[in-house]
Design a protein around this ligand. Structure first.
Ligand code: NAD
Length: 347
C-alpha cells in the first residue's frame, strides 16, 4: 500500500447515548442472541451491576467484581475460569478502564461479544487496544476483536465520580485528543474529533467541577470523552502516552492521575514542534492551551506531582532512558536528557 493512503477505522459499531441508556442493555444482549451473560463490574458499579443483572433475567449468568488496573494476567485467568464455569457467551462490562479492559482480555481469549458501559472518561470502550501486565511489564496489543461492538454511554453513571476522579479522568481523555492532533498522519476525521473533544472537555469540565451533579454538563463531558476515546483508537499516541504507559506499568502509579499531572508538561515540550495542533488547540483554549490544562490540573484535590504520587527521584533517569530507547511517534525527537528534564518538572 502506498504511504499516502490512510486507513480510518471506526469503533464501536453501535453507540447508545443518554440518561437512562443503561436500561437498554438487555435489548442489546437480545440483539446479540446471547443467553449467558457474564457481567464484569468495578466495585464502584456493584449497584448498577446488580440492576443490570436483574434486568437480564434468565440471560444473566454471573458477575466478576474485581477488575484491577493495567489488566494483570492473573486476574484475567480468574475471570476466565468463572466465564468457563458458567458457560458465558457474552460480556457486559460496567466501570472504568479497568473493568472494560478485563472484558476485552476475556473477549479476545474466547470470542465473546461485549457491551461496554463506561463510568469514567478513560475511553477504553472506544478502542481495539488492550494493555496487559505480567511480571511488572505492561505490553499493549491492538486487534479488532478487542473492541466492544456496543457502547452504552449513560451520563447518570458518571454522577458518582468523586471530584478528583472526575478531573483526572477528563484530563486523561483530553490527552488522547491532544496527541491525536499532533499525529502528523491522523485523518481529517480524527482531527475533527480531536478539536471537538478538546473543546468539549475544556468547556464542560469546569462546569462539572463546579456542579458534580449536573447531568447535562456530565453528558457534554462524557460525549467529548467518547470522541477523545475515538482519537485514541484512530491516531498514534506519542510521548505523553508512552510516559504514562511506562510509569503506570512499571511503578503501578494510578492511570488517570498520571495523565492529569503530565499533560501540561508534555504539551509545553511538544506544541512548539506541532504548530498545526497548537493553532487548533489555541482556538478552543482562549489562546493558551498549556495554561488552560495546567490550571485545570492544579484544581486536583489529590497528588499533582510525580513525587507526591510516590515515585522516587532516582526513577526519573531510568524512565527517561526507557522512553528514549523506544520512542513513540512524537512531533519532537525524544532524547533521554530532555525527557528527564520534563519528568523533573513534573516530579
Ligand atoms: P479505573 O477503571 O481503574 O477506575 C478508577 C477507580 O474509580 C476504581 O476504583 C473504580 O472502581 C472507580 N470508579 C470508576 N467509575 C466510577 C464512578 N462512576 N463513580 C465512582 N467511582 C468510580 O480507572 P480508569 O482511569 O477508568 O481506567 C484506567 C485503566 O484503563 C488502566 O488500566 C488503563 O491502562 C486502561 N485504559 C485502557 C485504554 C485502552 O484503550 N486500552 C484506554 C484508557 C484506559
Amino acid at each position: 500500500m502506498g504511504t499516502d493512503i490512510h486507513v480510518h477505522e471506526v469503533y464501536a459499531g453501535r453507540v447508545l447515548q443518554g440518561a437512562g441508556a443503561r436500561t437498554l442493555v438487555p435489548d442489546e444482549i437480545e440483539r446479540l442472541g446471547a443467553r449467558r451473560v457474564l457481567v464484569v463490574a468495578a466495585p464502584s458499579s456493584a449497584g448498577t451491576a446488580q440492576d443490570v443483572a436483574t434486568s437480564l433475567g434468565d440471560r444473566y449468568a454471573a458477575t466478576f467484581g474485581r477488575p484491577v488496573q493495567h489488566t494483570p494476567v492473573e486476574v484475567t485467568a480468574q475471570a476466565l475460569a468463572l466465564a468457563r464455569e458458567v458457560r458465558a457467551d457474552a460480556l457486559v462490562a460496567i466501570g472504568g478502564g479497568s473493568a472494560i479492559g478485563l472484558a476485552k482480555a476475556l473477549a479476545v481469549r474466547t470470542g465473546m461479544p461485549q457491551v461496554a458501559v463506561p463510568t469514567t472518561y478513560a475511553g477504553s470502550e472506544a478502542t481495539p487496544v488492550l494493555g496487559e501486565t505480567e511480571g511488572g511489564v505492561k505490553t499493549t496489543r491492538r486487534e479488532p476483536a478487542l473492541a466492544p461492538g456496543t457502547v452504552v454511554y449513560d451520563p447518570e453513571l458518571t454522577l458518582s465520580m468523586p471530584y478528583g476522579l472526575t478531573l483526572t479522568s477528563a484530563l486523561n481523555a483530553l490527552a488522547h485528543a491532544v496527541e491525536a492532533l499532533w499525529d502528523a498522519e491522523a485523518s481529517a476525521a480524527t482531527r475533527a474529533y480531536g478539536v471537538e473533544a478538546a473543546d468539549g472537555i475544556l468547556s464542560a469540565l469546569p462546569a462539572v467541577l463546579d456542579h458534580l451533579g449536573d447531568v447535562g454538563a456530565r453528558a457534554r463531558l462524557q460525549e467529548a470523552a467518547w470522541l477523545a476515546g475515538a482519537c485514541l483508537a484512530q491516531a498514534r499516541m506519542g510521548l505523553h502516552h508512552q510516559l504514562a504507559h511506562v510509569l503506570g506499568g512499571t511503578y503501578g502509579l494510578p492511570h488517570a492521575e498520571l495523565h492529569a499531572l503530565l499533560l501540561a508538561h508534555v504539551m509545553r515540550f511538544d506544541l512548539p514542534a506541532a504548530p498545526d495542533a497548537a493553532a487548533r488547540l489555541a482556538r478552543v483554549a482562549a489562546g493558551d492551551p498549556v495554561g488552560a490544562v495546567a490550571a485545570l490540573a492544579a484544581r486536583h484535590d489529590g497528588p499533582t506531582t510525580l513525587g507526591a504520587l510516590g515515585l522516587p527521584r532516582t526513577a526519573l533517569r531510568e524512565v527517561a532512558e526507557r522512553v528514549a530507547a523506544a520512542p513513540y511517534p512524537n512531533p519532537r525527537p525524544v532524547a533521554a536528557d530532555e525527557v528527564e528534564e520534563l519528568l523533573l518538572g513534573a516530579w
